[in-house]
Ligand binder design. Structure first.
Ligand SMILES: *Cc1c(COP(=O)(O)O)cnc(C)c1O
Length: 435
C-alpha cells in the first residue's frame, strides 16, 4: 500500500502537513497595515480611555457598530460576558427570576445569569441548527420566567421568529448572545439587532475580533442603553461635556473598553463584510466536499438567515456510512483520531450540557434531560479558528482530502471503533448527584 493512501494513524503520511499551514493562510485575527497604523495613531494621540468626550476610538466604534447592525444605541464594554451581564442588569429583573438559556453553549452565555442573582433554566437544542429548540423553550417557561438568551451558536442565528413569538406570548425579554455571529443575518436583519438588548464579544477568536478582549451592547431602547452605560463605569454619569462628579448612582464595577481595542476592531469592522463573503465561499466549498461523503452531517443554513461560520460542527451517522450496528459516539471518536492523525485539528467544543458543568452541578439539574445536546456532544466534533482566515481555502481543501482519504478506508476503522471502550466526552466532569 502506498504511503499516501495508508492512513496516517497507521504510519502513512499526513494529508495536512505542518508545512501546509502557515500564519498567512490560517492566522486569526488577520493583522494588516491598517491595524498597525490605527494602533500607532492611538499611541500618538494619547486618548487611551473610553471617556474620550466623543472624540476617540471607543465612541467611533460604538457609532459604527450601531450603524452596521441597525440599532440606535451601542455601548462598548470590556468583553462579551460583561456585555451579557450588563444587558441583564439593564433589564432590572427581580432576583430569583428565571432566564432561559440553551443547554449547549459557552459558559459565558449562562454565568452572567447567576452573577445577576437570577436562575438559569437550561433548554435543549434543535438537532439540525444546534440552537435553542423553541418547543423545548415553551415547555420550560414558568410563572417566574422573565427573559431568554438567544444564542447564535457557531454563527447561525437561532430561530428568532419562534423565540420572539414565545417571548411575546409570555412577556419575556429577549437578550441576544451574538458573540459567535457577527455579520450574520436573520430575515434581512443583522445579528446584534434582533433582541430587546444584544451582546457581542470582540475576543480575539471571534469573527469580529479585537487584539485582546472587548464587547458591545446594542439596543433601540434609550433607557436600557443608559443603564448599561451607567453600570460599565462605577455607576457614574460620565457623559461628554460633564465634569466628573464621583457620584455612584448605582453599585457597579468597571467594565469599560479601552481605545486600543476599539481602534483594532474598527479596522476589522471595515473588512467584516468582505471577510465574511470570502469565508462563506471557502467554507461552503469545504462543506460541499464533506457532504458528498455518506454519513457526514455538515452544518446547514436555513434560507431565511446567513451563517457566520464561526465554528464548523461535523456530526457523523454510522448507519449512513454503512455501519448500522456501530454506536455513533464510537464512530465519532475513531474518526476524530484518524482525522487528527491526518493533520485535521478536530476538537470538542463543550464536553457536557451546561447543567453538568461543575460550576452548575449544585443546581441538581440532570444532564439526561438534554438528550439532543448529549447526542450532539458525543456524535460530533468541531473545526475552530483555521477557517476564519479568508485565505484558508488551500488548507481547507487539504482537510477535505483528509476526510476523503479516511472515508475510502472506513472498512479498516469500523472494527476498531466497534471494539473501543467508549467513554462519552462528559465522563471526565460528571460525578455523583447530577449524573
Ligand atoms: C465568546 C462567547 C461569550 C463570551 O465572550 P467573552 O468576550 O469571551 O467574554 C459568550 N457567549 C458565547 C456564545 C461566546 O462564544
Amino acid at each position: 500500500m502506498s504511503d499516501a493512501v495508508k492512513l496516517a494513524m497507521f504510519g502513512g503520511s499526513r494529508t495536512v502537513g505542518k508545512q501546509d499551514v502557515s500564519k498567512a493562510l490560517v492566522g486569526w485575527p488577520v493583522v494588516t497595515d491598517q491595524e498597525q497604523d490605527a494602533l500607532r495613531g492611538v499611541l500618538d494621540r494619547g486618548l487611551f480611555t473610553s471617556n474620550d468626550a466623543g472624540r476617540g476610538e471607543v465612541s467611533a466604534l460604538q457609532q459604527e457598530w450601531a450603524q452596521y447592525v441597525g440599532t440606535q444605541y451601542c455601548a462598548a464594554v470590556a468583553n462579551g460576558t460583561a456585555a451579557l451581564e450588563l444587558s441583564l442588569a439593564a433589564l432590572d429583573i427581580e432576583p430569583g427570576s428565571e432566564v432561559l438559556v440553551p443547554a449547549l453553549t459557552f459558559i459565558g452565555s449562562a454565568a452572567p445569569i447567576v452573577q445577576r442573582q437570577l436562575v438559569p433554566v437550561f433548554v435543549d437544542i434543535d438537532p439540525v441548527t444546534y440552537t435553542m429548540d423553541p418547543v423545548a423553550a415553551e415547555k420550560a417557561v414558568t410563572g417566574r420566567t422573565r427573559a431568554l438568551i438567544a444564542v447564535h451558536l457557531h454563527g447561525l442565528p437561532c430561530d428568532m421568529g419562534a423565540l420572539r413569538a414565545l417571548a411575546d406570548r409570555h412577556g419575556l425579554y429577549v437578550i441576544e448572545d451574538a458573540a459567535q455571529a457577527q455579520g450574520a443575518e436573520y430575515g434581512g436583519r443583522r445579528a446584534g439587532s434582533l433582541g430587546d438588548i444584544n451582546a457581542v464579544s470582540l475576543n480575539a477568536v471571534k469573527n469580529l475580533p479585537t487584539c485582546g478582549e472587548g464587547g458591545l451592547v446594542t439596543t433601540n431602547d434609550e433607557n436600557l442603553h443608559e443603564r448599561v452605560v451607567l453600570r460599565r463605569q462605577f455607576g457614574e454619569d460620565l457623559r461628554p461635556g460633564r465634569e466628573r462628579d464621583y457620584i455612584s448612582r448605582v453599585l457597579a464595577g468597571n467594565e469599560k473598553m479601552s481605545a486600543v481595542q476599539a481602534a483594532f476592531t474598527r479596522c476589522q469592522l471595515s473588512r467584516l463584510d468582505s471577510d465574511s463573503a470570502a469565508r462563506d465561499r471557502v467554507v461552503r466549498r469545504f462543506l460541499g466536499r464533506l457532504s458528498a461523503l455518506p454519513g457526514v452531517i455538515a452544518p446547514t443554513c436555513p434560507d431565511d438567515r446567513t451563517h457566520a461560520w464561526h465554528i464548523l460542527r461535523l456530526r457523523f451517522d454510522p448507519a449512513a456510512a454503512g455501519f448500522p450496528e456501530l454506536p455513533a459516539g464510537q464512530f465519532r471518536a475513531m474518526l476524530q483520531r484518524a482525522l487528527r492523525a491526518e493533520g485535521v485539528p478536530l476538537q470538542s467544543y463543550q464536553i457536557v450540557p451546561l447543567p453538568g458543568q461543575p460550576a452548575f452541578q449544585h443546581l441538581g439539574v440532570p444532564i439526561a434531560d438534554y438528550q439532543v445536546s448529549m447526542a450532539v456532544i458525543d456524535e460530533s466534533v468541531t473545526l475552530q479558528r483555521w477557517h476564519l482566515n479568508p485565505n484558508c481555502g488551500p488548507v481547507l481543501d487539504l482537510c477535505a482530502s483528509a476526510f476523503e482519504k479516511v472515508w475510502a478506508r472506513l472498512d479498516e476503522l469500523a472494527p476498531l471503533a466497534a471494539a473501543m471502550n467508549h467513554r462519552p466526552p462528559w465522563h471526565q466532569v460528571m460525578s455523583g448527584a447530577a449524573r
